[in-house]
Ligand binder design. Structure first.
Ligand code: IVH
Length: 440
């Protein structure tokens, strides 16, 4: 194949694969069968083997990973990645609104005006900066201390929801810096933990740790094998065409630009006329929290007007124009007062931790399942231990881990009995299960 024909075919294939990736990973609307997709990818790989100069960093072939690294370089961010003030109480959020209105001169007596806010889910993942040059992805880094993060470019390239080059959308000449969150959908998280357990490895305590651990993998093929997702929520730097003119006057217009460039942008955001609507949004979202495909831990409330954001400015590490209105945490610390053994209808013995009652996101938790002897051995939960417990939706509360530095002296490992605590019959072990022989 001539050089010119190869170049043309390469561009066609790359564009086609990019469009299918976008449809599948961002729009959640597949446009091709797996086998046909694999065929396109194979052709592209073969073409690049023959013409290595066509293998550019934004080629779809670069998403498969495979490189092994010793560690991560440090990268200075284009713009500092600020953090947000975390608020738990509605009264604190009301005080934020008052400060904003005062700052914008909207609190004048009778004519006090409402501020328009954008309310967005607060993703419980890992904050990332992505840098594009002339619309091509060039590097990405973790938040680090906000100024300097770790260079995880190769790993991020394997995340299909991160465009390696911009789609349509506003012209993006020069440097564009984007901020968003890498996360792992809960279904992928469960699947990953199952695989890790089967392989005898330590599972991740929660989806956030799984996402963070996966982004910081030294072997990029491992990152590629896990289903990471990325949601974009901020354009931190954009070389605007005309000086002094904000290209994105509102949060909404900014999210629209991100979406047009090909990013995954949360559609369940709400522009609110005044704080009351944002507070309602927070309550509604909290009620639906367990139905979402990924973990969120609150709502971010941002002044919608970007010029007003600039006028409000920032404190040392956080903006004055946005806050995180958190949900109650899903995890709490408490004490294991006892471990009891339950016998189910099928004769299966289940160890259950009796806990000092603790409020976990609005529900009193006094028991947590320890599943079976393997889980007990792995977590080594003992009577007298201080533990981190977790409650997610309707799922039975779980002991996440033991705080070993709080373990009192003289504790013993817990073993399930080999005589049934209910009927005294012999207990046998079948795989991970302990079974009472009475009724087998
Ligand atoms: S905006 C200057 N929007 O929450 C404002 N942050 O505690 C920048 N986060 O480290 C942040 N979802 O990683 C923003 N929709 C969202 C977010 C979000 C999650 C994270 C972000 C930040 C942390 C702040």
């Amino acid at each position: 194949m001539s050089k010119a024909t190869a170049t043309k075919r390469h561009a066609e294939l790359a564009a086609e694969i990019r469009a299918h990736d976008h449809a599948y990973y961002v729009l959640d609307n597949p446009t091709i069968a797996d086998a046909a997709y694999d065929k396109l990818m194979k052709e592209l790989i073969a073409l690049e083997a023959e013409h290595p100069e066509l293998r550019t960093s934004d080629s779809p072939t670069q998403r498969v990973g495979g490189g092994l690294r010793e560690g991560f370089k440090k990268i200075k961010h284009v713009k500092p990645l600020l953090s947000l003030d975390s608020l738990m109480q509605q009264s604190e959020v009301e005080e934020f609104d008052e400060r904003v209105r005062k700052g914008l001169g909207l609190d004048e007596g009778l004519f006090a005006a409402a501020v328009a806010y954008m309310a967005e889910p607060k993703f419980d993942g890992l904050s990332i900066e992505l840098v594009y040059e002339d619309g091509v992805f060039v590097r990405g880094s973790t938040r680090g201390d906000g100024e300097v993060g770790e260079d995880v470019t190769d790993n991020l390239r394997t995340v299909r929801a991160i465009p390696l080059r911009f789609n349509d959308g506003p012209p993006a000449k020069g440097v564009v810096a984007i901020r968003g969150e890498v996360l792992i959908p809960l279904s992928a998280f469960d699947e990953l933990n199952k695989r890790l357990l089967e392989a005898g490895s330590e599972p991740f305590a929660n989806a956030r740790n799984a996402a963070a651990g996966t982004v910081r993998q030294l072997d990029t093929s491992i990152t590629a094998s896990r289903r990471l997702d990325f949601f974009a929520y901020d354009i931190m730097h954009f070389e605007a065409p005309a000086k002094g003119k904000t290209p994105f006057p509102t949060q909404q217009s900014m999210l629209d630009a991100l979406r047009a460039w090909g990013f995954h942008v949360e559609s369940g955001v709400k522009r609110c006329e005044g704080l009351a609507e944002a507070i309602t949004f927070h309550a509604d979202l909290m009620a639906r929290r367990d139905e979402l495909p990924y973990e969120i831990d609150g709502v971010v409330i941002k002044v919608d007007d970007r010029a007003a954001q600039t006028r409000l400015g920032m404190r040392s590490r956080s903006p004055r124009w946005a806050v995180a209105f958190k949900f109650p945490p899903r995890e709490e610390i408490t004490l294991v007062q006892d471990i009891v053994v339950q016998v189910g209808r099928t004769g299966k013995l289940t160890p259950v931790a009796q806990l000092k009652p603790v409020d976990v996101s609005g529900v009193t938790v006094s028991r947590a399942t320890l599943h079976n002897q393997d889980e007990l051995d792995r977590k080594d939960v003992r009577i007298g231990d201080t533990v981190r417990v977790r409650r997610a939706g309707d799922v039975i509360p779980e002991v996440v881990e033991v705080l070993l530095d709080k373990r009192p002296s003289g504790t013993k490992r817990f073993e399930l009995p080999m005589k049934c605590p209910v009927c005294g019959s012999e207990v046998i072990r079948e795989g991970a299960a302990h079974l009472c022989t009475n009724g087998l």
